[in-house]
Ligand binder design. Structure first.
Ligand SMILES: Nc1nc2c(ncn2[C@@H]2O[C@H](COP(=O)(O)OP(=O)(O)O)[C@@H](O)[C@H]2O)c(=O)[nH]1
Ligand SMILES: [Mg+2]
Length: 319
């Protein structure tokens, strides 16, 4: 007779940092999370998030718990009733507001007030990043003043109703993926005290390989470090990284057999009299992949330079 495993509960993985995505339903939270994971096919079929969804992932060697708190009223009430599970130990709060839903600004800011009150009850003061989301390019083009007014309305309401030091605003839209990636990278890098070390490493590398721009991107599309020699190369490099990530994934599905690893693991594109080199770099079998995007005047590179960069990065991140 077998002994039932009564009372033996599998221990849940503990995250070392907690990131809370919250806001009303339909604000765009899940869309943003999926876009960073390049799950574009899921976005098209998105249903309202039921309850809280937690995902644990590695960010620069740290375990991050990312909580997507479904925003319908019934769920919001249940989070507030069980606050220690949802709000305690938050490292970063990302509060998404649908800028196009003017009739719900009041409701959204009242809920933000409730969330911040919970932080205060737990004696924590995580930074709160308010994303004024659905700030779509088409609307900026056709109704720039109106968008500015809406933005100002929200900011005024927040200022009037909420007294909290660490509130920061960003305008975001799913139709400008490079910008969302830039914003999220900036937010997430606050969790990582050694980011200057990575930037220094990348700068030395860029100078060595004569690159105009270099980015290292992680598996969640977050730019973990960058170097650009001027504004133009910055814009060229950062605007193209999401497309290389996606392209890389579609190539990987039909990965070329018989080629050496070095040969199949990079993409070379020539555009605007420049060369873009995109390469996956592995820091070991235990760690998620990282990606390197380089902008140069010529298409030449040495595999050894990539390997030495990968080794140094591994030293910083995983030692
Ligand atoms: N116009 C516009 N619609 C968006 C944007 N981001 C998300 N949406 C749409 O907003 C709806 C709600 O998105 P969802 O991610 O489910 O919101 P959540 O409830 O906050 O998780 C979906 O129909 C999305 O396609 C955006 O930037 N602009
Ligand atoms: Mg959702």
């Amino acid at each position: 007779m077998s002994i039932p495993h009564l009372g033996v509960k599998k221990k849940e993985a503990e995250e070392s940092e907690k990131i809370l995505f919250t806001g009303l339903d339909n604000a765009g939270k899940t869309t943003i999370i999926y876009a960073l994971q390049r799950e574009f096919s899921k976005i098209a079929l998105l249903k309202p998030t039921r309850g809280a969804q937690r995902r644990i992932f590695d960010f620069l060697g740290k375990e991050i718990g990312e909580w997507d708190l479904g925003g319908q009223l019934k769920y919001r009430i249940s989070y507030l009733k069980n606050p220690s599970k949802y709000f305690d130990k938050t490292s970063i709060c990302i509060y998404v507001i649908d800028i196009l839903a003017k009739s719900r600004y009041r409701e959204s800011i009242d809920y933000l007030k409730d969330v911040i009150k919970k932080f205060e009850e737990f004696k924590i003061s995580p930074p709160v990043y308010i994303l004024l989301h659905k700030y779509d390019p088409a609307l900026v083009k056709s109704a720039a003043n109106k968008m500015k007014t809406l933005e100002q309305d929200i900011k005024t309401m927040v200022k009037k109703d909420i007294n909290y030091d660490k509130i920061f605003f960003y305008n975001t839209t799913i139709f400008d993926l490079p910008h969302i990636i830039h914003v999220m990278s900036e937010i997430y890098l606050n969790l990582y005290p050694k980011s200057e070390l990575i930037d220094k490493l990348i700068k030395d590398f860029a100078i060595k390989v004569l690159a105009n721009g270099v980015e290292i991107i992680d598996n969640n599309s977050l730019i973990i470090g960058s170097y650009y020699d001027n504004e133009e190369t910055k814009s060229l490099t950062s605007r193209s990284n999401p497309y290389f990530l996606t392209l890389n994934e579609s190539f990987k599905k039909g990965e070329g057999r018989g080629m050496s690893t070095e040969m199949r693991n990079h993409i070379l594109v020539q555009r605007f009299q420049k060369y873009f080199i995109f390469k996956e770099i592995s820091l070991g079998s235990e760690t998620p992949p990282y990606y390197l995007l380089i902008l140069k005047n010529n298409p030449n590179f040495n595999i050894e330079d990539f390997e030495s960069l990968a080794n140094l990065l591994k030293e910083i991140l995983y030692k």
